[in-house]
Write a protein that binds this ligand. Structure first.
Ligand code: PEP
Ligand code: MG
Length: 576
């Protein structure tokens, strides 16, 4: 059904960032406190200054309580966000500015809000989207302090879950509401990397962002349907539309139940060729959910997320704790930990990397690690130590030549030596491999295969570098096709080099989650496919429906074709 086509339903479209359908009443978050401000009766300046001090103390206490709760639940990333808020609330410079403003305004909540607004404006003018989004955090903290002074209560939610809606919702608001009380989230602004979305994602709450000014068309308390995949919001849907979507929710549930039945079954072709399906994770907490989708291990732990959402470099101990948990949770199944892949679209402010014209071609990933032993050695040591608790593997990102990988091996040896001297237990059997995500690496796989324990093909970058198509630029996304013959030939070359040298070859780029591609990949001889966990059942379903003979025939046909679109259309027709 097309949105907005039936009955009274008014359709708004944003960007779906967390999939799933939700039906619920809108609850405006990011409360409007103008009314409270108008009715506020300030005291003398001393009283107003004291109110600021008391409010900061109270807000910090609540934040500390929240941080403790999140840490107890191992929600490290979310705890780090609130920790950043705590530090902002206790920033002496901010407080000093607030007191200075009391001199002018003689009104504590106004002084607090004005200070936060000024500071946020500085961040908002920065080029880097990461810093721009930190403006929300500053406003959030300011508003919290002001709300305490004004005596504003947090929103109270009844029995039914709500759809939280606001131009920007403070991460603390979402973090403080129990998951079963939030059916969905709608943001006027926002992106996949804003903190409100990061918190919602960890809880799989369907979310739509980027509605913009049209947010004003969504009344508080209105019943809406939210489609987190397509980005649709249907305001006050009619009965017929509601019935349609309730049917979709039912199908969603049935599909989930069917996939749950598939979870324990192997990904095996009708003639017994087995492929290992693993999960891509950004956090040790993601492993449990991945296993429920039937993941047979972790094919890519994006360790840079252990470095992000915090104020400083995580220590060897911090990292060891995170990796050990992931490895342990994998229970003897492989857990491939990719070394830090910072740079490109993943900035890390505390590394102070100067802005670059071409960050995807710049100082990033392994290039940073090889120059920063203070970062690389503790990370390698932490992974080697985690290896004692299961089957860990080290994977280097963005490799372009053999020399770089030899340096990685030298670092691994040095890390082992240091651990031996320090008397710390570590595993000698941690495999060391590379991501094949640059055309240079793919072309050099026959040589690289002599040194590595495995290849894992990173198509997200391999496609962008091979085709010279920015992976994040929507205006040229029609060119970004993993079936492009140039890409397929590099993948086939990599698989062949692995086979010739007796090492395993997998894939951890998004291409692995495309069931049509999976058939070609198994025919090329890839033994492992790693993807975001919810994609595992679809891929498994497809693999279990074909024979390896059929897959090889398809591969032979496809490799004769000249055009990526033609290949895609052919596979869609044959494998539908
Ligand atoms: C890739 O490039 O395919 C990949 C898996 O890494 P990332 O998406 O983190 O760059
Ligand atoms: Mg990559």
């Amino acid at each position: 059904m097309e949105w907005g086509m039936k009955g009274m339903a008014e359709g708004l479209r944003g960007k779906g960032v967390i999939a799933g359908i939700a039906v619920g009443r809108i609850m405006m978050a990011g409360q409007n406190i103008d009314g409270y401000l108008k009715g506020y009766q300030p005291g003398n300046k001393d009283i107003e200054n004291q109110k600021i001090k008391d409010a900061i103390k109270a807000v910090v206490a609540v934040l500390q309580e929240n941080i403790k709760t999140l840490q107890a639940k191992d929600m490290v990333e979310q705890a780090a966000i609130l920790e950043a808020h705590r530090m902002l609330a206790q920033d002496p410079m901010m407080e000093e500015t607030m007191h200075t403003k009391v001199e002018e305004l003689a009104n504590a909540p106004l002084a607090v809000l004005d200070t936060a607004k000024e500071q946020a404006a500085i961040f908002e003018q920065m080029d880097d989207p990461y810093f721009r989004e930190r403006a929300t955090d500053i406003r959030d903290v300011g508003k919290r302090i002001a709300k305490y002074i004004l005596g504003v209560k947090e929103p109270e939610i009844g029995d039914d879950p709500v759809i939280l809606c606001g131009h920007e919702i403070e991460p603390s608001v979402i973090a403080n509401i129990p998951t079963d009380k939030i059916a969905g989230v709608v943001l006027g602004q926002g992106s996949t990397t804003c903190h409100a979305v990061i918190i919602a994602k960890a809880r799989a709450i369907p979310t739509v962002v980027g509605i913009g000014e049209r947010l004003a068309e969504i009344p508080d308390g209105a019943l809406v349907i939210l489609d987190g995949e397509r980005g649709d919001i249907l305001v006050r849907p009619d009965e017929m539309t509601l019935a349609d979507y309730r049917e979709k929710i039912k199908q969603q549930e049935e599909r989930k139940a069917y996939y749950a039945e598939l979870a324990p079954l192997p990904a095996v072709t009708t003639d017994d060729v087995r492929v290992e399906l693993c999960a891509n994770i950004g956090n040790h907490m993601d492993v449990d959910a991945a296993l429920t989708y039937g993941a047979e291990g972790v094919g890519l732990f994006r360790s840079e997320f252990v470095f992000m959402g915090r104020q400083d470099i995580p220590t060897e101990e911090d990292q060891f704790k995170a990796y050990k948990e992931a490895v342990e949770k994998c229970g003897g199944k492989i857990c491939v930990i990719r070394t830090m892949d910072i740079g490109g679209d993943k900035p890390l402010p505390y590394l102070n990397i100067p802005p670059e014209d071409n960050p995807f071609l710049g100082y990033r990933a392994l290039r940073i690690s090889l120059q920063r032993r203070d970062l690389f050695l503790p990370q390698l040591k932490a992974i080697l130590r985690a290896g004692v608790y299961g089957k860990a593997a080290i994977m280097a990102p963005m490799v372009i030549n053999v020399a770089e990988f030899k340096k990685v091996l030298d670092f691994v040896e040095e890390a082992k030596l240091e651990l031996s001297h320090e008397g710390k237990a570590f595993s000698e059997n941690v495999q060391v491999g590379i991501m094949v995500e640059t055309p240079a690496a793919a072309i050099m796989t026959p040589e690289l295969a002599k040194y590595v324990d495995f290849f894992s093909i990173g198509t997200n970058d391999l496609v962008q570098y091979t085709l010279a198509v920015d992976r994040g630029n929507s205006s040229i996304s029609y060119l970004y096709n993993h079936f492009n013959p140039a890409v397929l030939r590099l993948i086939q070359r990599t698989a062949q080099a692995a086979k010739d040298n007796g090492i395993w070859c997998g894939m951890c780029g998004e291409m692995a989650s495309d069931p049509l591609a999976a058939v070609l990949l198994l025919a090329m001889g890839l033994s492992e496919l790693s993807m975001s966990a919810p994609s595992i059942p679809r891929v498994k379903e497809k693999i279990r429906s074909v024979s390896s003979v059929q897959a090889k025939e398809l591969l032979a046909d496809v490799m004769k074709m000249e055009d990526g679109e033609e290949i895609k259309a052919y596979l869609q027709k044959v494998l539908a």
